[in-house]
Design a binder for this molecule. Structure first.
Ligand SMILES: [Zn+2]
Length: 226
């Protein structure tokens, strides 16, 4: 199975766009957090207003563009006629963006809540400035691509199959390769485990049901239909 050339082109185009937006969010976020720390204010309110708003204005338009282009590429790849204007795809994209925002906020708030030393917090904030946008844009360029593809093919009744890009895939992804699911299905259920093909490696816990790639940070697997 060849990698999806059309969708891969869009992944390459959108990854830097996502990164630019994500960097703007994290720069604003860190600035607000440092200012709140200096003034002795609570940090949580920053995640109730500013961060969700920044995600909306700096990342959401790119996420919409990406969805729309992935849908176009999917139509060509699978030979089906789907359009982002279809309510099911538009709603999916909006929900996806909402989940991204929640995921981002709970990750950052969780990290801050786990630290009680302000020096550690400041060090972590500087790390975020360095790494967050690069890491997340890479991950999201895979995740959104596969998620939207799957929604589009499910909308016409097709199934999706987990595919590897090459022989260097990890033993966790190798164990998923070739698995096929239909709408309503999942590759690994919530709180389930990925059992690696290498018996020396421990199982990988899955906290949220795994419906599509990536299986982990750095996973470059893709879905095909069927
Ligand atoms: Zn993978």
């Amino acid at each position: 199975m060849n990698p999806p050339a059309g969708r891969d082109v869009f992944a390459k185009i959108y990854e830097p766009k996502l990164k630019t937006g994500m960097q703007k969010v994290v720069v604003d976020e860190v600035k607000a957090l440092k200012s709140a720390i200096d003034k002795g204010l609570l940090l949580r309110p920053i995640y109730l207003e500013q961060v969700p708003w920044d995600i909306k204005r700096f990342i959401r338009p790119t996420q919409w563009g990406y969805s729309s282009d992935v849908v176009k590429a999917t139509s060509v790849e699978v030979g089906i006629d789907v359009n982002i204007e279809q309510p099911i795809l538009a709603q999916f994209t909006e929900d996806y963006i909402g989940i991204y925002s929640k995921r981002y906020i709970s990750s950052h708030l969780g990290q801050l809540n786990s630290m009680d030393n302000m020096e550690d917090v400041k060090e972590r904030l500087d790390q975020w400035l360095e790494t967050t946008a690069t890491k997340r844009s890479r991950d999201e360029s895979v995740r959104q691509n596969q998620a939207v593809f799957q929604c589009a093919v499910f909308s016409v009744g097709y199934s999706t199959t987990w595919r590897l890009r090459g022989k260097s895939s990890c033993p966790y992804c190798r164990s998923l390769a070739g698995k096929r699911i239909w709408k309503g299905g999942e590759f690994i259920p919530k709180m389930g485990e990925i059992i690696p093909t290498d018996p020396d490696k421990p199982p990988m816990k899955v906290y949220v049901a795994l419906h599509h790639c990536p299986a982990h940070l750095g996973c470059d697997c893709f879905l095909s239909a069927p």
